[in-house]
Write a protein that binds this ligand. Structure first.
Ligand code: SF4
Length: 226
């Protein structure tokens, strides 16, 4: 368990995502964890950055299903996913929860080590939406669909307006987007200003207003979550 397919220089969880704090588990052990979560009353099982262990998750899922596992599954990732892999997952995951981090390839290279991130994420999000559609929320709980997260970076390094416009125009006008304001410098962020500071209130406001202007659904900028 652990690791990530990106290498963000501001990662808050770098001990886990960069591998120092991860450990191997067998498919049966993972299946038992899933069953224990179900028995404990969990509403869903959320796999965080599972891209590099998809075959092992499927193996565990088959074992868990044989023992009565029925909870919805959440695919929670950095957004850097191959379309071919996502196609294999059609019908397996109920909720896709990807980030869309950057619009500019140069920034993606500099901050996460992956130049083609924007292009790959654009294709991935379209494929996710094709599979599960807009987010459906019932009684305050996400049931099925696509929930995109976008972390506002200082100095607009993420290219927020372009990302939100893409989601509204090319993915779906009903896309649910969580525009997140909690960025704080971590790991090597201090070496790369303006990542060494939090986004200003004005930068956050601008990002929220862009989401509102496009009528995108979301927890803060538009209360229509259903
Ligand atoms: S995608 Fe998230 S978990 Fe992975 S390195 Fe980047 S910030 Fe860390």
């Amino acid at each position: 368990l652990g690791r990530c397919n990106l290498r963000c220089i501001y990662c808050q969880n770098y001990e886990i995502s960069h591998g120092q704090d991860s450990r191997p588990v067998k498919a049966r052990e993972l299946a038992m964890v899933m069953l224990a979560l179900q028995a404990g009353g969990a509403h869903n099982v959320n796999f965080v950055t599972p891209t590099h262990v998809v075959p092992q998750i499927i193996e565990a899922l088959v074992l868990a299903a044989q023992e009565g596992f029925r909870l919805p599954l959440v695919y929670n990732s950095g957004g850097y996913e191959k379309q071919e892999t996502l196609r294999i997952l059609e019908g397996v995951f109920d909720i896709y929860m990807p980030d869309f981090k950057y619009w500019d390839p140069g920034i993606a290279q500099e901050l996460s080590g992956i130049r083609d991130y924007p292009e790959v994420a654009r294709r991935a999000l379209k494929e996710m939406h094709r599979q599960v559609g807009d987010l459906e929320v019932k009684e305050g709980l996400a049931k099925r669909g696509l929930l995109v997260r976008h972390l506002v970076l200082p100095g607009n390094l993420g290219g927020t307006a372009s990302i939100l416009e893409y989601l509204a125009r090319e993915v779906s006008p009903g896309t649910f987007v969580n525009v997140m304001d909690q960025y704080r410098p971590a790991y090597r962020a201090k070496e790369r200003p303006p990542l060494d500071r939090r986004p200003s209130p004005g930068e956050i406001r601008e990002a929220m207003e862009a989401a509102k202007r496009l009528s995108l659904r979301g927890p803060d900028h538009n209360s229509a979550t259903g």
